[in-house]
Design a protein around this ligand. Structure first.
Ligand SMILES: [Zn+2]
Ligand SMILES: [Zn+2]
Length: 454
């Protein structure tokens, strides 16, 4: 018998944990943390006591209590007994937090499968987080589109999709009772929509019995601005052309499309694009993937690497490499350089490095572009703090973003085109809106197995 059980991503955005069982073969697809999972019982320094492993997570049902899944070291202080691994593998659709974060708790005897580019992100993440973002010392197998991976009685065909990070895949999962499709996260309006089209074509040809489909933007009304990647470029070019002083931009470094867009904007406006050592580490590691045209900060004539002033740079090994080049390489700069060359630079920052602005001293009315999605909640604390920094420096704040997700009409069209026997909504707050498609919709319940032969 083949069954599908969703342990996360049910009525919520992210936290996907999809269990597929075919006889003795048991495979998880993604093992992420839902956005805002801890917000109900935890805040600031009130956090789950990880010294007791998963005890606090289990107490508030933040993780399913399943035998044979978690690593011994996370179970010692809980009442769930450790047993030998009861699962064959975890397949990772892409390296976003909400798809991969809880894999760190999984038994290290369970191997992970992920895209070649996704594995580069994993390794860079581990290095630049100084080991905090470690997904377990397990076997990691990489795949590319076209690979066929046999695990027990299941054969998995990963196929690339376009999303806001490289190494994003959907899966055709061939079971003994037919093909199950899992979309991961995808979009149609991105620069590589051809990849999503490849996935949809292969998925339709497989005549799936079920399709587990994301629906981040499946909602009655989406009022947030959404541009195409070209639209972001056009909007920001107009702003950067007029900017007289520093131009600052904030977006997630794993979004390589956005990285290219801003490198190009810098080039076309006669500025240099400045990235942090953390970003440079990721981009330099991407040079080993011929399939991805990642900007190369140490060789691109229009890019620079920014190093922080640190009391103990030897403690931050990935950054020390660049700190050592300060003064000898034309590509490495510090806050003094940025302060003195504001009109010639486009400076990338993330929220947690806003403190660099204290040393950079942006001149009044410097441009600040937020190039990520607007906050969902009206009382977003980080947003309030960001806006306080913006007003302190009198920055000209602008928004320009292209979403990583298909909108409702595109999701419904994809379902109709693939035409599975049934669709199971995931990664959405509005699963019942999927009923607008022509296909039968099964609304999942967390932890409740769905049999695909019914
Ligand atoms: Zn997601
Ligand atoms: Zn994602």
């Amino acid at each position: 018998m083949v069954s599908i059980t969703l342990f996360g991503g049910v009525g919520q955005i992210g936290g996907n944990k999809v269990l597929l069982e075919d006889g003795d073969t048991r495979i998880f697809f993604d093992f992420g943390e839902p956005f805002g999972m801890k917000d109900k019982y935890f805040v600031d320094f009130l956090m789950p006591r990880e010294r007791f492993g998963l005890r606090d997570y289990f107490h508030f049902d933040m993780l399913p209590r399943i035998s044979g899944l978690y690593d011994q070291k996370w179970l010692e202080e809980t009442d769930l007994k450790h047993t030998d691994p009861g699962f064959n593998a975890i397949f990772v659709s892409h390296m976003h937090y909400d798809h991969v974060m809880h894999m760190r708790f999984v038994d290290e005897g369970i191997p992970a499968y992920l895209g070649f580019a996704a594995d580069i992100i994993r390794r860079s993440w581990a290095e630049t987080s100084l080991g905090k973002m470690n997904f377990g010392d397990r076997e990691y197998h990489t795949f590319r589109t076209g690979d066929k991976i046999k695990v027990g009685s299941i054969e998995v065909h990963p196929i690339h999709v376009d999303h806001s990070t490289p190494g994003a895949y959907g899966f055709l999962i061939h079971t003994s009772e037919g093909c199950v499709v899992y979309t991961g996260d995808f979009r149609m309006h991105g620069p590589r929509s051809d990849m999503t089209v490849d996935f949809m074509k292969a998925a339709a040809e497989a005549k799936p019995v079920a399709m587990i489909c994301e629906g981040t933007r499946v909602m009655q009304e989406d009022l947030r601005e959404n541009l195409s990647e070209d639209g972001v470029k056009e909007k920001v070019l107009g702003l950067a052309n007029k900017a007289k002083d520093l131009a600052i931009v904030s977006f997630y470094p794993k979004d390589l499309d956005r990285m290219r867009t801003f490198r190009d904007i810098a080039t076309e406006t006669g500025r240099k694009f400045v990235v942090s050592a953390k970003v440079a580490n990721l981009l330099e590691m991407f040079q080993s993937d011929p399939g991805i045209d990642a900007p190369d900060p140490m060789n691109d004539p229009n890019m620079l690497v920014y190093v922080r002033k640190m009391a103990r740079p030897d403690k931050v090994r990935y950054e020390k490499k660049y700190v050592d080049m300060l003064g000898s390489s034309d590509h490495v700069v510090d806050s003094e350089y940025v302060r003195n060359n504001q009109s010639k630079l486009l400076f990338h920052t993330d929220f947690f490095q806003l403190t660099e602005l204290i040393d950079i001293k942006p001149k009044g009315e410097s441009l600040f572009i937020r190039s990520k999605s607007e906050p969902f909640e009206e009382d977003d604390v980080q947003e309030e703090v960001l806006q306080n920094w913006i007003s302190w420096y009198k920055l000209d704040f602008r928004q320009a973003h292209a979403s990583g997700h298909a909108d409702m009409n595109e999701v419904l069209a994809a379902i109709d085109e693939i035409s599975p026997e049934a669709v199971i909504p995931i990664h959405t707050e509005h699963p019942s809106l999927f009923k607008r498609s022509k296909v039968k919709v099964i609304i999942p319940e967390a932890g409740k197995p769905l049999s695909i032969s019914e």
